[in-house]
Design a protein around this ligand. Structure first.
Ligand code: CTP
Length: 396
């Protein structure tokens, strides 16, 4: 196989030192690395360290005559299989979202016709600022893949999301992005996990979904080359690496995130969405009034995300729903397939004695227009691989 080349842009943040480890991992995994630094990055790591690890000269200057004579910046921007910005600061994200190009790094990013991935790293407040989140949405809309950021202690002493994803996770994401498989070039939306519906500021309605099956499906589809948008509620399962992750809490937020992620070639709706939410989740905690009267919860129905996508304007070519059943599994799943307008239903038997809900195995029946196909009891990872292979066949 031809050696793949990564054009790595290191922007100026404290996390820039981790780019050295990333270069080391990339080289170890067989990638060639063309390093590019912004001026600010040079305040954090030296060009010499970066070029020594990359085994190639660092590109730094837009107006460097020697470099320009050897390889012009337009050609440089297209000389790699993937452009990776790690760390991506708030500043470079803002420039990218605006299409500004006032140095070599931003010019390469604007001139390229190669896929781009960013690994953001910044202070938590800067990450959460409306402007950064707006820029992030713009970049995602432009098809740029995003890895991380992670949540944790930060160099500035604060805690929260904004830490650069671990170099090993960035490497996984890069590998996944460059994997050629039957689903290369396909965009697949996966929903996962439970939703939480607030009752008041401290209580919520939830369910026992762990998100394990959703994560396994996203990883299996990713491994076949698909670009995944993974919209997850507050699940226990780890998030899949190398995919775009959108975190939500409630069914309505999930509905909005799913709508924003369309169009897609396929949608796999594993999430155990809460069917109901409070009509008014108050801003104050509900108190016992001492009379022994139990407060009635005034519930309204949540939007059915699967049905609205299956019957909506931007319907993916393949829409896969899940059904959790305790009896008459196939009959209920067939009725659900027709009612919601999806192509397939993956039905699981969730009677407590099966140990499936929250366990590591699954026993599903795939219900399609052709009929019901019972699958053997398999691990959730195996079930996911089998489903991903079927999806690949269907989209071929
Ligand atoms: N679903 C959804 N939005 C909802 C409810 C469900 O997208 N508001 C999706 C789930 O992700 C899943 C399928 O619809 O793919 C499950 O349908 P649902 O009607 O909730 O069925 P079950 O959970 O199986 O339970 P029941 O039939 O008891 O409602």
């Amino acid at each position: 196989m031809m050696q793949k080349r990564i054009l790595l842009i290191v922007a100026g943040g404290i996390a820039a030192y981790k780019s050295l480890e990333l270069v080391r991992l990339l080289r170890g995994a067989g990638f060639a690395v063309t390093p590019v630094m912004t001026r600010a990055a040079e305040e954090f790591v030296t060009p010499l360290s970066l070029s020594a690890l990359a085994g190639e000269a660092v590109h730094r200057d837009l107006f460097d005559l020697t470099a320009e004579a050897e390889m012009g910046h337009i050609q440089l921007s297209r000389s790699a299989d993937l452009l990776v910005v790690a760390p991506a600061t708030a500043n470079i994200m803002a420039s990218m979202a605006q299409g500004q190009c006032d140095d070599l790094a931003t010019t390469l990013l604007l001139a390229t016709d190669t896929p781009v991935m960013i690994a953001p790293a910044m202070n938590v407040r800067m990450w959460q600022h409306a402007a950064t989140q707006r820029n992030l949405a713009t970049l995602r809309g432009d098809g740029i893949a995003v890895v991380g950021p992670d949540e944790g202690d930060m160099a500035c002493g604060e805690y929260g999301p904004g830490r650069l994803a671990e170099p090993a996770a960035i490497l996984d994401a890069i590998r996944a992005r460059l994997t050629e498989g039957p689903l290369t070039g396909k965009r697949i939306l996966v929903t996962s996990g439970p939703t939480h519906e607030p009752i008041d500021p401290v209580r919520y309605i939830a369910n026992r979904s762990s998100g394990a099956q959703g994560t396994a499906i996203a990883e299996a589809l990713r491994d076949l080359g698909a670009n995944i948008v993974f919209v997850t509620g507050p699940a226990d399962a780890p998030r899949p690496d190398g995919v775009e992750v959108v975190e939500v809490e409630t069914a309505r937020q999930m509905h909005d995130a799913v709508t924003a992620a369309l169009p897609a070639d396929a949608g796999v709706f594993c999430a155990a969405v809460a069917d109901w939410r409070m009509r008014d989740a108050g801003a104050s905690k509900i108190k016992k009034d001492g009379s022994g009267t139990i407060p009635a919860l005034d519930l309204v129905e949540n939007p059915d995300i699967l049905a609205s996508v299956a019957q909506g304007e931007h319907r993916p070519a393949l829409v896969v729903g899940f059904a959790a059943e305790t009896d008459d599994v196939v009959a209920h799943a067939e009725a659900k397939r027709a009612r919601k307008g999806c192509d397939w239903i993956v039905a699981n038997d969730v009677r407590p004695e099966t140990g499936i809900m929250g366990g590591s195995d699954n026993a599903v029946t795939l219900v399609t227009a052709e009929g019901a196909e019972p699958w053997p009891r398999l691990s959730k990872v195996e079930t996911a691989r089998r489903l991903a292979a079927r999806i690949a066949e269907e989209l071929a």
